[in-house]
Design a protein around this ligand. Structure first.
Ligand code: PPS
Length: 285
């Protein structure tokens, strides 16, 4: 079973977890607090990895909280039906999550001192990760074939619309002091150094051994075994674990195992066309 999509301000959402009311609330009425931290991402960019890292930073590397409380309760998606009912129980200072594009993010954020950590990932790897995840999660339309999904992704005909628009929208914030962006690729390449940079942005003071613990407990293998973080607790009719695994591969460059030469060429053309005015380069360029 998969839910139908509807549009809110031009963006695709799924009836499974969103309504016009929750989105209107998220955009216009939700009260951001000055000490909030938001993890903002396009889907499959490393959202949950960042939740795990920030959860471990809160406990200075002690994994007890991560091992006992589901990841979605530690840092709910504030725009979803479930997330909005869970927020009241979130520990302060709150760490909340969102996939919302820039133009419909909480208006109150822009008058606050709250912080955003924006995680980006090579869109080719996002496409592959999202293809497999869409087969499992009822929130997403079941992708028929890889070539069809490939086109849908490039045209933004997916949940939360186009990766290109998401990134271009949020990059308007890139020079703001309360906005920090990091890539999935950086996390993979040097997790320890990435954790140190995140601590600096958040003003967190952890010693070397505490940082080591954060790195250890947020590794792919540890998260994959942690049922509070690997999404195996989600009911089958919402996330069908027989069709895949949320903690799928956790690597960079898996697109090379999926794209044909023609798809690489087509993707690169669309990428160039969409990103040429951004004046930024990324490790995957
Ligand atoms: S979601 O559904 O949008 O919230 O997904 P998101 O958490 O953004 O991204 C899921 C992908 O991140 C990978 N992942 C990790 N990679 C490396 N290390 C760690 N610790 C980690 N945790 C999650 C996860 O495996 C998904 O990527 P793929 O490529 O599908 O494996």
């Amino acid at each position: 079973m998969s839910f139908e999509y509807f549009k809110y301000k031009g963006v695709n959402f799924s009836h499974g977890s969103y309504t016009d009311e929750t989105l209107t609330f998220a955009e216009n009425e939700f009260q951001v607090l000055d000490d909030d931290v938001y993890i903002v991402t396009y889907p499959k960019s490393g959202t949950n990895w960042m939740i795990e890292i920030l959860s471990l930073l809160r406990t200075k590397g002690d994994p007890t909280w991560c091992n006992n409380v589901p990841i979605w309760l530690r840092s709910p998606w504030y725009e979803t039906i479930e997330g909005q009912s869970q927020i009241k129980d979130v520990l302060c200072p709150r760490v909340l999550t969102s996939h919302l594009p820039f133009h419909i993010f909480a208006k109150s954020f822009f008058k606050s001192k709250a912080k955003i950590i924006y995680v980006m990932r090579n869109p080719k790897d996002i496409l592959v990760s999202l293809f497999y995840f869409s087969k499992m999660l009822s929130l997403y339309k079941d992708p028929k074939t890889f070539p069809e999904f490939f086109e849908d992704f490039l045209q933004g005909n997916v949940l939360y619309n186009s990766w290109f628009d998401h990134v271009k929208g949020w990059m308007q914030m890139k020079d703001n002091s309360n906005f920090f962006f990091i890539t999935y690729e950086e996390l993979c390449k040097d997790l320890r150094n990435s954790v140190i940079k995140i601590c600096e942005f958040l003003g967190k003071d952890l010693d070397d051994s505490q940082i080591d613990l954060v790195v250890k407990h947020s590794s792919f293998n540890v998260m994959k075994e942690n049922k509070m973080s690997n999404y195996t607790l989600i009911p089958q009719d919402f996330m069908d674990q027989t069709k895949g695994s949320f903690m799928r591969k956790g690597i960079t460059g898996d697109w090379k195992n999926h794209f044909t030469e023609a798809q690489i060429e087509h993707f690169d053309e669309v990428y160039e066309e969409n990103m040429k005015y951004l004046n930024m380069s990324f490790s995957w360029d």
